[in-house]
Design a protein around this ligand. Structure first.
Ligand code: GDP
Length: 335
């Protein structure tokens, strides 16, 4: 970034300590910095922004992997066995979750620590449940920030888990290097994902629970390979692949990671990884701008006074939506 606009990071003493603690890989500092970033208080947000700016030069070195799949597909079993395998290979693994429904259901996909019993207590692992940010945008924003804090704390593999509902897959695919879709070998399950357009996002499709019925798993694999061959790949260098494995027995897990490494090497060699991350950073900036503008609009005094009346006119058919939007947005110009 251009130094003249990057600005100087001036931190208060406690925040300097926090940054130093994160860089020294202290678990308490890591958790505290993420809590600060997740806070909705304005003063906390201002501090978090400074802390993140100070941490930024120490980020970006991790492999970022998104894992999605319907409830019951085996995500937590898979992440536990994968995480332990990676730690054995010398990695440090952070697992974050994006689950916008957690605010409604009261429980997050990672809220229950027993889901990854061994991994959650391992000193080289860090597991963070989904922030309860309300909207998907809010949750995703906090998760991106948590990802940067984890990278600054020396985690070299970041796994972002999400459930196979709504828009969360698209959002997670937009913050990782490799997006993985975890599927069951049932007939019909593959059709769901293809219909919902999630397969287009996948760099890797994993058919889990292959131990139950290896033939069904092999047939599901063929289905997906067929479906993927019809899609235009988002990458010029990488063609999405399909693997079968068993998270329960661990068979195929090492092979899975080799495939993730091959994906990374391929994208690095073609220059696509750097381009992808640059694009993601710009998209993130715009997401934040959109969110803040919407926020200011909704809280604007003139808009608040006029909104109900204008909405009534639109529902009654006496004003077009375009005219209504024009009029409401006009309030912002009157400042
Ligand atoms: P999640 O909801 O996607 O996180 O799924 P879980 O990891 O909680 O798994 C759901 C159920 O499937 C649990 O009872 C797991 O023990 C089981 N399971 C997960 N992976 C496998 C597998 O590879 N083979 C078999 N047979 N069962 C599995």
């Amino acid at each position: 970034m251009n130094d003249s606009i990057a600005g100087q990071v001036l931190l208060a003493a406690p925040d300097q300590q926090l940054v130093a603690g994160v860089l020294a890989r202290q678990p308490r500092a890591l958790a505290k910095a993420i809590t600060l970033a997740e806070s909705t208080r304005r003063d906390h947000q201002a501090r978090a922004e400074q802390v993140l700016a100070a941490l930024l030069p120490h980020t970006g070195k991790a492999i970022r992997v998104g894992i999605s799949g319907a409830p019951g597909a085996g995500k937590s079993t898979f992440i536990e066995v994968l995480g332990l395998h990676l730690i054995e290979c010398g990695h440090r693994v952070a697992v974050l979750a994006v689950d916008p429904s957690s605010t409604l259901s009261g429980g997050s996909i990672l809220g229950d620590k027993t889901r990854m019993e061994k991994l959650s207590t391992h000193p080289n692992a860090f597991i963070r449940p989904s922030p309860s940010g309300g909207s998907l945008g809010g949750v995703a924003e906090k998760t991106r920030e948590a990802m940067l804090v984890c990278e600054a704390a020396g985690f070299d593999v970041i796994i972002v888990e999400t459930v196979g509902v709504g828009q969360s897959e698209t959002t997670v695919a937009g913050m990782v290097d490799a997006f993985v879709l975890l599927q069951l070998p049932n007939a019909g399950d593959d059709l769901q994902a293809i219909k919902k357009g999630i397969v287009e996002l996948a760099d890797l499709v994993v058919i889990n629970k292959a131990d139950i019925d290896p033939r069904a798993a092999a047939s599901a694999r063929q289905h997906f390979e067929g479906a993927l061959s019809l899609l235009r790949s988002a990458s010029a260098a990488w063609r999405p692949t399909v693997l079968t494995l068993s998270a329960l027995t661990g068979e195929g897990v090492a092979n899975f990671w080799q495939e993730i490494e091959r994906h990374r090497t391929t994208l690095e060699a073609s220059g696509e990884l750097a381009a992808k991350r640059r694009r993601q950073a710009i998209d993130w900036m715009w997401t934040l701008i959109d969110g803040e503008l919407r926020n200011r609009f909704r809280h604007h005094e003139g808009v608040r006074q006029d909104l109900e009346k204008v909405s009534r006119c639109v529902t009654a058919g006496s004003m077009t939506p375009a005219a209504a939007a024009h009029r409401l947005l006009g309030h912002l110009q009157n400042d």
